[in-house]
Design a protein around this ligand. Structure first.
Ligand code: SF4
Length: 315
């Protein structure tokens, strides 16, 4: 039996009385679809698989769910309440002793906030134990409805970092985007530790801020502005889109399921403001033909926010 379905998921599936099950996988797990479907069919369920791209629990396959009784969403923790959805977290193990590789970059005299992604959240207590054994005081903040695991951060929510209230953090995970986000959201110093390679480095937000400043300046020349409003389940920020559109007579709200460079090019606006997944503006700007600003950045362009009040966009 595929380990991808936990006993909790089987229990919930049986309790639901479902006969047809929809499956949704993020891109990196999609190849598990055939074996998962086979296991479910063997157990007597009919199966429907969502083939659309999926990058988070903010993007539930409601079309596939409409054809089924329940949807099993793999790889992510819930970001909101949605009836008929079972979340199957996927855990990636690492050696908690890897945390010792970051110790030289942390100040032992000050408490350390610990943050990570949902895939590693099951090892949070083990990492805390390693750091405490080395003499550190460690704080793990509670998240919010969007980040249900302790210490969990997302590219659209750093609530657990704010809750920790520390002025230095250890982020355990790959890449530096979340670490930079924690730094911008809290003003704290953040050390990023790759738990597989043991590489530790201080997250530096200055390059990102310089790039964003350049886009803000470019956007000031735009004669047309498209306010992007996502139709995805956990990204739809209608009130925010309306507020942003009200700041300028040349701004129009544009509803979209998937924001792509081609679709923005075809629409032809000179600047876009992204109310969908915040990472689109920060991570993907290089793919877009014109500035794609975050909501706070557009407020700076419109003079309703000072550059000194720059904040990272969160949902
Ligand atoms: S909005 Fe973006 S960062 Fe947040 S859960 Fe969705 S894909 Fe992830």
């Amino acid at each position: 039996m595929s380990k991808i379905l936990s006993s909790e998921t089987w229990d919930r599936l049986r309790a639901s009385g479902a006969r047809t099950v929809a499956l949704q996988f993020p891109e990196g797990l999609k190849r598990r679809a055939p074996e998962t479907a086979a296991v479910l069919k063997e157990a007597g369920y009919a199966v429907v698989i969502s083939g659309d791209p999926c990058y988070g629990a903010c993007d539930l396959a409601t079309d596939a769910l409409a054809l089924a009784d329940v949807l099993i969403h793999f790889g992510h923790a819930p970001v909101d309440d949605h009836p008929g959805v079972i979340y199957e977290y996927v855990q990636f193990d690492f050696d908690p002793e890897m945390a010792t590789k970051a110790i030289a970059l942390l100040d032992i005299k000050r408490p350390v906030g610990l943050v990570t992604t949902v895939q590693h959240a099951h090892l949070t207590d083990a990492v805390v134990a390693v750091l405490e054994a080395s003499g550190f005081q460690v704080v793990v903040g509670e998240g919010n409805a969007r980040t249900p695991c302790r210490g969990q951060v997302l590219g659209c929510s750093y609530a657990s970092a704010r809750a920790a209230g520390t002025d230095q953090f250890l982020y355990v995970g790959t890449g530096v985007f979340h670490a930079i986000g924690v730094g911008l959201a809290t003003g704290a110093r953040v050390v990023a530790l790759d738990p597989y390679t043991g590489t530790a480095e201080e997250a530096d937000s200055s390059r990102l801020l310089r790039r964003r400043f350049a886009q803000i300046e470019k956007a000031r020349q735009a004669k047309t502005v498209g306010i992007l409003l996502s139709t995805k389940t956990g990204q739809r920020r209608e009130d925010l889109a309306r507020h942003l559109a009200s700041l300028s007579p040349v701004a129009d709200i544009i509803c979209m399921q998937e924001v792509s460079p081609d679709s923005l090019l075809n629409l032809g606006y000179e600047c876009y403001v992204n109310t969908a997944c915040p990472r689109l503006a920060y991570d993907d700007q290089v793919r877009f033909p014109v500035p794609v600003l975050s909501p706070p950045e557009y407020e700076i362009v419109q003079g309703v926010r000072d550059w000194d009040d720059y904040i990272i966009d969160e949902i």
